[in-house]
Design a binder for this molecule. Structure first.
Ligand code: NAP
Length: 285
């Protein structure tokens, strides 16, 4: 049996991605050339041929893909997870399994995949350009995670990595998972405002994107609270204070706070439903 060594690095492992869909394909593209071996599975011929084009060995047999791997990444939709768990559970002992499947808890992963060292990660759509903001869940129950460093290395290939207590994962999903959609909506609103004032969309769209990126950079570079930057820009009786007055009047800040609360609560609701359905389909009490 292959036993994982603490000093192993990504370049010495074979990774099998179970479910080469949107996120799985992005993971394959980013891992290509950085791991010793790369395997991908799917059901449809088009999924397999796409995985092959991206540089992975395509297999339709999940059990075989698991048996050939050192690290198994599960990237199927939640309702497909029980089938995958049943197909691979005989081949995971002593191996590392990472699930990016929404909702399925670490305790369920451990019970469904006995003998494996399991991790639960929550990337976001920015994985598609190698700039995911990924959370990896910790239970805080003192269970030793010997391959923590290697898993962090794996997800750093896809962007930034944050280790968070598993109890925060629903908030993460509601804020960072859904975050690109909120920011896209805000960008669209700002662009439409300029269009309404007579400036063409194609002129301001890129300018707003540049401004967003640079604002994030300046906040990070100067390590300041967002309110400090706001105050620097807000000159007395200038344009910014007139704009800010509208944000206040429309309750935009409290709307953003409520948005995160609502999305997090929905994340918890969905997570509980997914996890209990997976447990019941796998006969886990
Ligand atoms: N998309 C996101 O932004 C995002 C972010 C964070 C986490 N996630 C999580 O990542 C997971 C995947 O999401 P996605 O958006 O990548 O979904 P997706 O595009 O639908 O990909 C899922 C893949 O799983 C494959 N699959 C299904 N059943 C299979 C089986 N029995 N054996 C092998 N492959 C199988 C499908 O292949 P076929 O099409 O060939 O059946 C499909 O390519 C989900 O659990 C989601 O919650 C997604």
């Amino acid at each position: 049996m292959w036993v994982f060594q603490g000093d192993s690095s990504l370049s010495s492992v074979t990774v099998s991605v179970i479910g080469a869909g949107r996120i799985g394909s992005a993971i394959i593209s980013l891992l290509r050339g950085k791991v010793k071996g790369l395997i991908a599975t799917g059901r449809r011929p088009s999924t397999l041929s796409n995985a092959e084009r991206l540089g992975a060995l395509p297999l339709s047999d999940n059990g075989r893909a698991a048996s050939l791997a050192d690290i198994i990444v599960i990237s199927v939709k939640p309702h497909h997870f029980p089938d995958i768990a049943l197909e691979i559970s005989d081949y995971v002992e002593g191996k590392i399994v990472v699930s990016v499947v929404a909702g399925v808890r670490l305790s369920t992963l451990r019970e469904a995949l006995p003998g494996a060292e399991v991790y639960r990660a929550m990337p976001n759509i920015n994985t598609l350009i190698g700039e995911s903001t990924t959370a990896i869940a910790e239970t805080g129950d003192g269970v030793e995670m010997p391959s923590r460093g290697l898993i962090e290395e794996l997800f750093r290939v896809m962007g930034t990595v944050y280790w968070i207590p598993e109890e925060w994962i629903d908030v993460w999903t509601g804020l960072i998972g859904s975050g690109p959609a909120y920011l896209a909506e805000i960008i669209d609103g700002l662009v439409l405002g300029a269009v309404s004032m007579g400036v063409p969309r194609d002129v301001v769209y890129k300018a707003i994107l540049d401004t967003m990126k640079a604002t994030a950079k300046i906040l990070e570079a100067r390590s300041i609270h967002p309110a400090e930057l706001r105050d620097e820009v807000t000159t007395p009786a200038g344009t910014t204070i007139y704009g800010l007055k509208v944000l206040e009047a429309k309750g935009v800040k409290s709307a953003l706070m409520e948005l995160v609360e609502a999305a997090s609560k929905r994340g918890r609701e969905l997570g509980e439903a997914i996890d209990s359905s997976v447990r019941s389909r796998l006969g886990i009490r």
